[in-house]
Ligand binder design. Structure first.
Ligand code: PGA
Length: 323
């Protein structure tokens, strides 16, 4: 019976589920592998069903295992929230903030975390940077406190607040023949060798949507899994691409690609800070959310401050998104 399971067993199992391996879980928890295996066996007995299958070195959770990992996560989260609330009652600001952001957000998220951390030194931070598809998987698995991504519409049951513009621009190497044109048509762009982000990227999705709307097909020369790699490939003359303006140092920095003036561009996306509907935010997550929105607001007013090009106040502050 589940009542016989211990908190430690649940914590061990949640770590295995999250890291996908007994070895990594035992390292993370500073336990020996036999201890981890024994505790999981006891837990499996308490549930009365197998919790995982092992194929090669990989662990695959069974349906019971997935359900148990989710429950364990909820229990651990609830206790962490309790810890943070108690710390707050004592006048302390302690706790942990787990943030997962899409790749382009890495250009501004560390700066925001730096400022937040200076104001709240007692808070430990973790930042996961990955593509849109993987961020949405993490939302479904409830792995983090808050998420930063563009246009979460129609994806999941999310509460999302828009806080900054994310313009996608067409980038070419300096001196590219199209750089002299005042207005480049989409057909002309479609003929150029194009450097595309990997499947699962939100940037790629936006580009594909725009070209599909116009019945055009891109001439994809190469697929690359990182904004920085694409930027370097553009400079190396391998092709042009569409990336967030955030990848440029200041929009006119030396050694940066140049922005082409193309019909339909920039594709104006908006950064959102989001969390699953019904999720109870911890004291620390709430604090960061408020900090982020206040920083956006301040920068918006000052326009040109560190967090630049902020979303207009005309946008609705709260977007409830249902799939
Ligand atoms: P990506 O997401 O890093 O997955 O391309 C960026 C975005 O959604 O704008």
């Amino acid at each position: 019976m589940m009542r016989h399971a211990t908190f430690r067993q649940l914590e061990i199992f949640e770590t295995i589920a999250r890291l996908g391996s007994f070895t990594r879980a035992s390292e993370a928890l500073f336990l020996t592998q036999p201890t981890v295996s024994m505790q999981v066996r006891k837990l499996s007995d308490a549930v009365g069903l197998p919790l995982y299958e092992q194929i090669g070195k990989r662990i695959h959770l069974t349906d019971a295992g997935i359900e148990l990992a989710r429950t364990a996560r909820e229990i651990i989260d609830a206790l962490e929230r309790m810890d943070m609330s108690v710390a707050k009652m004592r006048g302390l600001q302690k706790g942990r903030l787990r943030l997962a952001v899409v790749t382009t957000a890495k250009y501004f998220a560390p700066m925001l975390l730096g400022e937040f951390s200076r104001n709240h030194p007692g808070i430990t931070l973790s930042l996961k940077v990955t593509n849109r598809e993987r961020v949405l998987e993490r939302v479904a698995e409830n792995l983090d406190d808050l998420y930063i991504l563009s246009e979460p519409l129609g994806q999941h049951d999310l509460v999302a607040r828009s806080f900054m513009e994310n313009p996608l621009v067409v980038l070419a190497p300096p001196g590219h023949p199209l750089a002299r044109r005042k207005q480049v048509t989409l057909d002309l762009l479609a003929a150029e060798p194009f450097l595309m982000r990997e499947p699962g990227s939100g940037t790629r999705l936006a580009v594909e949507e725009l070209f599909a709307e116009h019945g055009l097909k891109l001439n994809v020369r190469m697929e690359l899994g990182s904004n920085e790699a694409i930027k370097q490939a553009i400079l190396a003359g391998l092709g042009i691409s569409v990336l967030s303006r955030h990848v440029l140092v200041d929009g006119k920095g030396r050694g940066d690609p140049v922005i082409l003036q193309v019909q339909g561009f920039p594709i104006m996306r908006h950064w959102h800070v989001a969390y699953p509907q019904g999720k109870q935010l911890s004291v620390v997550a709430q604090l960061f959310l408020e900090f982020l929105l206040a920083a956006a607001e301040k920068s918006n007013a000052a326009s040109g401050a560190a967090v630049s090009s902020l979303a207009g106040k005309a946008r609705p502050p709260v977007t409830k998104v249902r799939s």
